[in-house]
Design a protein around this ligand. Structure first.
Ligand code: SF4
Length: 362
């Protein structure tokens, strides 16, 4: 696009944005902390899902200090169900980095902001441009799709190796006098008009600049690299009952679902006997000897990078000592106490089985 066309493109986009932008709680504030929280929550997550989480989070942790003072478990509890829990752990770690240096505001330079835990180029560009008008282009999935169609980019949008290609285009288009509005306008255009399927080109404010629209090849863009099929992982878990309570364990802080609580269990190897595997896993991870006789059900859950098939069992224990090897912590809780702990989504699917089991007993 020639400089003159870029100028007209920016004017058309910004004027459309001013009249069409959706109301979102983080658009009604200039508070960089709130903008930071919203950008972290919005990664990999739909706006509609984020709104309630954001409101609850900000009312509980209204500033950097209150978030840093909170126990990680309370932060994860408020994040429960949003997924990608490393985002919450990193955010908590980042505000603690700031408070440890007696800083209670979001750093207002990209260099300082990038030093914080969990802040990579995307979060940095989004927060610094929206909160501080730093002239950095934001390139998320929506923006990539718009760019791919505008310029007929033949490199796949889902190939992380060539992300730079899109960044360079976005940076050249950016309205440097109004990066906050421009970045949000590009993302909003992708979300509302230039949608993945059936883009609404008839009402697109920048259609006259769009190469794919002008030569009727919109349906050919964006290009995508074929993804490998998502693998299936099998696991076993067990409801270990002792009187009116059952055992839960907390995953170690680092790694997938780090810090979240669950029933004890472990992976199930191909062709392995589930009951035997479960007994071995429980002995190894908790030191308990169990007799997994009762099958409660099968639970399926889809994560972004694998499908989980979880076989759920129940057993009793007379209350031997627990010797953890793997999990970070354990608790015996009643079914009424699950609200006190952050559980990942697959565990929430186990709760009806747990309640049924206790109801049958009482
Ligand atoms: Fe997207 Fe169509 Fe607008 Fe091009 S004209 S940017 S394909 S909505």
């Amino acid at each position: 696009m020639q400089p003159d066309a870029r100028k007209k493109f920016r004017m058309a986009l910004l004027s459309w944005y001013e009249s069409n932008k959706r109301q979102m709680p983080w658009r009604e504030t200039n508070d960089p902390y709130q903008i930071w929280v919203s950008e972290v929550m919005l990664q990999q997550t739909q706006v509609a899902t984020v709104i309630d989480y954001f409101n609850r989070f900000i009312s509980r942790f209204p500033d950097i200090k209150s978030l840093a003072d909170a126990a990680l478990q309370d932060v994860l509890k408020l994040w429960e169900g949003l997924g990608y829990y490393s985002r919450a752990r990193n955010l908590h770690k980042a505000v603690n980095q700031l408070v440890a240096e007696n800083r209670f505001n979001v750093p207002d330079t990209p260099e300082e902001f990038l030093k914080l835990s969990g802040v990579g180029p995307y979060t940095c560009a989004a927060v610094q441009s929206i909160a501080f008008n730093e002239p950095l282009a934001v390139v998320d999935g929506n923006v990539k799709r718009v760019l791919a169609r505008l310029y007929k980019i033949n490199t796949p949008v889902n190939d992380s190796c060539i992300h730079k290609n899109f960044e360079t285009r976005a940076q050249a288009l950016l309205e440097k006098q109004a990066p906050s509005s421009f970045n949000q306008a590009m993302m909003e255009l992708g979300a509302l008009v230039c949608k993945p399927s059936s883009p609404d080109c008839g009402s697109c404010p920048v259609a006259v600049f769009c190469k794919a629209f002008l030569d009727e090849s919109v349906s050919d863009y964006p290009k995508r690299k074929k993804q490998k099929p998502v693998p299936t992982r099998k696991r076993v878990a067990v409801l270990i009952r002792k009187e009116n309570s059952f055992l839960i364990v907390r995953r170690k802080q680092k790694g997938f679902l780090g810090g979240m609580w669950e029933l004890p269990g472990g992976p199930l190897k191909k062709n392995a006997n589930p009951e035997k595997s479960l007994m071995n896993e429980i002995k190894k991870s908790t030191g308990l000897n169990i007799d997994a006789t009762e099958k409660l059900g099968d639970i399926n859950h889809v994560y972004s990078h694998f499908k989980l098939e979880l076989a759920l069992y129940a057993c009793r224990t007379s209350g031997e000592d627990i010797d953890l090897n793997g999990p970070a912590e354990f608790h015996w809780i009643t079914p009424d106490e699950t609200d006190r702990f952050p559980f990942h989504k697959a565990m929430h699917k186990c709760f009806p089985f747990i309640r049924n089991t206790f109801n049958d007993i009482n």
